[in-house]
Design a protein around this ligand. Structure first.
Ligand code: LHQ
Length: 259
């Protein structure tokens, strides 16, 4: 599929998908959703070990393209979520590989949800985050009502969602919304370094970590102890565990195969 609204590039084990409608701050259109779905299929089939999501130009993603929403009749936004946004968020969370959001500029509305749904979000110092939904009479969607209180606690979640204020990358990092903020001219290098590290990590462990942390929100401590036991039983029999221990004892970097 030839893409018009995104770019997909691979650098060894790291695939980068760049939202590419810079004149609209990479706001989502139906076409972009279709292209993203196709690109994620390709990533899944490629054996990539890390997926980086970023934006072209001065924005990361400004959420739904509101220019496409000017129709007189009341649209069924629930249907749009069901068909386009929810599958995207579910898919990113379910992918066994780590997803990195390289937040190069403003992340607003569903664009902020997208950044928060990544496993690790790293932002340029000039980037910003905005729960734009309430400003246009909507509830935060694409996972934001679930992610926000878990990331920053209920008080900040309510303030962010109800006020829709634009907060700086630094504030986002201080509040625990994202992993790290770096100077603008360091973002590319920082993302490359992070991608390299994650690509060298043990793939089975990464996939299980991702799943266990998500399941923890619904689990009791007892349930989570059991989940960890089952994961550890399986991982303990993996080549990766053997290799990890051997590399430690031999004082060398591990070479994980994902088996
Ligand atoms: C845009 C957009 C945009 C179109 C900037 N659309 N053009 C899900 C399911 C179904 C439906 C409804 O929604 C959802 C979830 C959502 O995402 S709802 C939230 C939708 N997003 C927003 O409400 C954010 C709207 N944008 C903004 O508030 C500002 O643009 C921000 C704060 C993001 C950036 O402000 P500035 O840095 O001052 O940039 P700007 O406003 O000048 O934008 C630059 C251009 O991008 C401009 O176009 P123009 O042709 O005038 O240069 C904007 O119109 C366009 N743009 N966001 N979402």
């Amino acid at each position: 599929m030839a893409y018009r609204t995104i770019l997909r590039t691979a650098d060894g084990p790291v695939t980068t998908i760049t939202l590419n409608r810079p004149d609209k701050l990479n706001a989502f259109t139906a076409e972009m959703h279709a292209e993203l779905a196709d690109a994620l299929d390709a990533v899944a089939a490629s054996g990539a070990r890390v997926l980086v999501l970023t934006g072209a130009g001065r924005g990361f993603c400004a959420g739904q393209d509101l220019g496409q929403r000017r129709d007189g009749e009341a649209p069924d936004l629930g249907e749009t979520l069901d068909r386009l946004y929810n599958p995207l968020i579910r898919r990113l969370r379910a992918m066994p590989l780590p997803v990195v959001a390289a937040v190069n500029g403003v992340a607003a509305g569903a664009g902020m949800s997208l950044a928060l749904a990544a496993d690790i979000a790293i932002a340029a110092r000039s980037a910003s985050f905005m729960q734009a939904f309430a400003r246009i009479g909507l509830v935060p969607d694409s996972g934001s009502t679930w992610l926000l209180p878990r990331l920053v606690g209920p008080a900040r979640a309510r303030g962010l969602a109800m006020l829709g204020e634009r907060i700086s990358a630094e504030q986002a990092a201080d509040w625990g919304l994202i992993w790290q903020v770096v100077d603008d001219d360091r973002l590319a290098a920082a993302v490359t370094a992070l991608g390299t590290r994650l690509a060298a990590a043990a793939p089975l462990a990464i996939a299980r970590i991702k799943r266990a942390l998500d399941l923890s929100w619904e689990n009791t401590l007892d349930g989570q102890l059991e989940l960890e036991r089952l994961d550890q039983s399986e991982l303990g029999r993996s080549d990766d565990y053997r290799e990890g221990v051997a590399a430690f004892l031999e004082k060398r970097p591990a070479r994980f195969s994902g088996r």
